[in-house]
Ligand binder design. Structure first.
Ligand SMILES: [Zn+2]
Ligand SMILES: [Zn+2]
Length: 662
């Protein structure tokens, strides 16, 4: 068997296994190999001589290239020094400028990893990973460095401790997942069908099944937060959807309408993998836990419990942007930045060794960067791909234009300034994930640039936890924000005027205080949570202001007030209380994390190469039909100009419809 270049593309099952074994022994025999096993989509090689690995890193790179798989080398437990010795070695020999926390050094005995947290992870790893290699060679432990985030997140801590506790179970689960990915192919790819289980002709309960004959991949598993009864869940009752046939679930981003249902699938017995980006994993766990709490507060039985979230987490495989990963014998997955919220991804599936490519946008934000004035947190969605035959695209604002971002910021600052000058408080209901962080950055920058008087900004609700997660991934934020965090030691989400509210007493003090203030609080549509508490306290005073900065769904208190209702009632101490709204009510559009109508059209103009087929989802029927005719018109023009040869086929399916791509 040749070891060059014909690669593993067409090998499966036993033949693939043999090919891997021969090559691993060829390259790394002298490292004293004890075990070779699948670790999900990667190949894990356990060895007794880590020093050999350290001085032959190029061999591992070559091996990975030949196998066309990611390779991770781990050490056999016999070859590792004790935890005490290792800890001492690290603390004595690390660059003192790295700022390694002595109290945070954790060991994963199963995988042979020592996890440290450092203020400067680059310095901790050493130039060209020099120190990591030194630790491996000297102690037999693979050192993994986490950044010490500027804000401490309970979510991140609990995820890490879960991973350490579940390490043994995870290794076994990943082995099973790997066996399935690299199994003997049976039918081969004999079709490509897209089946809409949710989010077709609506916003909410996103779930799309991609069936290739050989494999089945589910894209997203969301709930419909506004839906009641069965309308709250995707249609998992179709015959094509069988949990045991599912090869993988791929998650685009961590909003509830994309991840809310996921733990329920584990409750019902799914034991396969979930693929996401790292930040999506972190935020997803937070919003799912919050979803459980929300159900409890409303006196409902939660759909799933913490154990189900744990089962999911143990099988969650994180993948960086633009890294190709096998998820089934005939399917490769690549994530690209989607610009919507931290960690949000466009999902690219390469199916059947060059046969077909599907791009699913999830929720996306696209805009043109004007000079370096972009103050947004995230860069716009990627639009260049190796190949795209079919594009499944969101259509939330297909029928609505938004004012430009600069205008939106000006308007918001004007309203706040006027309120502050008359001594009032501004209440901005925000979604915990995405909008909360955007608005915080806008306010902090406006104060820094003297466009807004210095005024305390109180942040209440889950926003804190999500913000803490944002600060953990500065490399994914726009260059200016990243620069602030990494090089200027500044926190864009926090300055001397920002106060995070963690206790009820503090909230009451804010309500009763007689100074001007800005309050950012969840929920974003006034459906419960601290924002409603503040509203009750602030509504009856004319000098105060309520500002909506995000979409208000039908049926919510936020929507009613936005549409003109000026009183509301609630239950307290066994009595119905009525409040007249005398505070000013404003709506500022332009802060959305979704592409506006013109941005969606621009995305189609920019996406390269051009798809032959477009499927529109994630939009109300009018949004979808409007976008469809606009895209038809745009592509006709492009066809006339010779930019494309043929206009794409545009589908606007309903849930349960099946689109045959091949
Ligand atoms: Zn979203
Ligand atoms: Zn969505």
């Amino acid at each position: 068997m040749s070891t060059k270049n014909n690669g593993t593309e067409r090998l499966s099952g036993e033949k693939l296994r043999k090919y891997i074994l021969i090559n691993v022994y060829n390259y790394l025999k002298e490292a004293d190999i004890t075990t070779i096993e699948f670790e999900g989509p990667e190949i894990a090689i356990y060895v007794r001589k880590p020093a050999f690995i350290v001085s032959n890193m190029n061999k591992i790179k070559e091996l990975a290239k030949i196998l066309k798989k990611r390779v991770v080398v781990r050490t056999d437990p016999d070859s590792r020094k004790s935890q005490e010795e290792t800890k001492r070695f690290i603390l004595e020999n690390a660059d003192p400028e790295a700022g390694i926390e002595p109290s945070f050094i954790e060991f994963d005995e199963v995988l042979g990893e020592v996890i440290v947290r450092a203020e400067k992870p680059g310095k901790a790893a050493g130039k060209g990973r020099k120190f990591l290699n030194k630790v491996l060679a000297e102690t037999g432990w693979r050192m993994v460095v986490y950044r010490k985030p500027p804000l401490i997140s309970n979510t991140l801590n609990s995820i890490l401790s879960h991973m350490l506790k579940a390490s043994h179970e995870r290794r076994k689960a990943l082995r099973d997942i790997g066996e399935r990915i690299f199994r003997e192919t049976l039918r081969g790819t004999d079709r490509i069908r897209i089946i809409g289980l949710g989010s077709f002709g609506e916003v909410g309960r996103s779930a799309i099944l991609v069936d290739t004959g050989e494999s089945r991949v589910l894209l997203d598993a969301g709930v419909n937060p506004g839906g009641a009864g069965f309308d709250a869940f995707p249609r998992l009752d179709v015959p094509e959807f069988q949990l045991e046939d599912l090869d993988a679930i791929v998650v685009s981003h961590a909003h509830l309408d994309h991840v809310g249902l996921l733990p329920l699938l584990y409750k019902y017995g799914y034991r396969g993998p979930v693929y996401t980006t790292k930040p999506t994993r972190d935020i997803m766990v937070l919003v799912q836990k919050d979803f459980i709490e929300l159900s409890k507060r409303e006196g409902e039985e939660p759909l799933y419990n913490l154990r189900d979230i744990g089962t999911m987490l143990t099988r969650t495989i994180t993948v960086d942007y633009e890294t190709v990963t096998d998820v089934a014998p005939d399917t490769k997955l690549t994530f690209y930045n989607a610009g919507h919220i931290l960690g949000s991804a466009l999902v690219h599936l390469h199916i059947g060794q060059g046969l077909y490519n599907v791009l699913y946008t999830g929720d996306l934000k696209f805009y043109k960067i004007k000079g370096d004035k972009a103050t947004r947190l995230l860069p716009p969605a990627a639009h260049e791909f190796p190949r795209v035959e079919a594009l499944i695209m969101e259509s939330t604002y297909g029928a609505t234009e938004q004012q430009p971002r600069e205008k939106a910021e000006e308007e918001l600052i004007r309203i706040i300034q006027a309120t502050v000058e008359r001594g009032g408080k501004v209440l901005i209901p925000v979604m915990a994930v995405g909008r909360g962080q955007e608005i915080l950055v806008v306010l902090n920058q406006a104060m820094k640039n003297k466009l807004l008087s210095e005024v305390p900004v109180y942040v209440d609700g889950m926003v804190y936890e999500v913000t803490a997660i944002y600060t953990n991934y500065p490399e994914l934020l726009t260059p200016s924000i990243k620069n602030m965090i990494l090089h200027q030691g500044e926190n864009p989400f926090m300055n001397e005027n920002t106060f995070y509210i963690h206790h009820r007493q503090d909230r009451e003090a804010v309500m009763q205080g007689d100074h001007a203030a800005v309050i950012l609080a969840t929920s974003g549509m006034l459906t419960g949570g601290p924002s409603v508490e503040y509203l009750k306290a602030l509504a009856s005073e004319e000098r105060n202001a309520l500002v909506f900065v995000s979409y208000q769904a039908a049926g919510t208190l936020g929507r009613e007030i936005r549409d003109g209702k000026r009183s509301f009632s609630f239950f307290e101490d066994g009595k119905i209380k009525n409040v007249n709204i005398k505070m000013q009510v404003h709506e500022v559009d332009g802060f959305s994390g979704h592409a506006s109508q013109s941005e969606l059209r621009m995305y189609y103009r920019f996406v390269n190469p051009k798809p032959r087929t477009i499927i529109l989802n994630h939009g109300e029927p009018t949004a979808i039909s409007t976008l469809r005719s606009l895209l038809e018109r745009d592509s006709k023009k492009m066809e006339e100009k010779g930019i494309i040869q043929r206009s794409p086929e545009i589908y606007t399916p309903s849930n349960l419809d099946l689109v045959r791509l091949l």
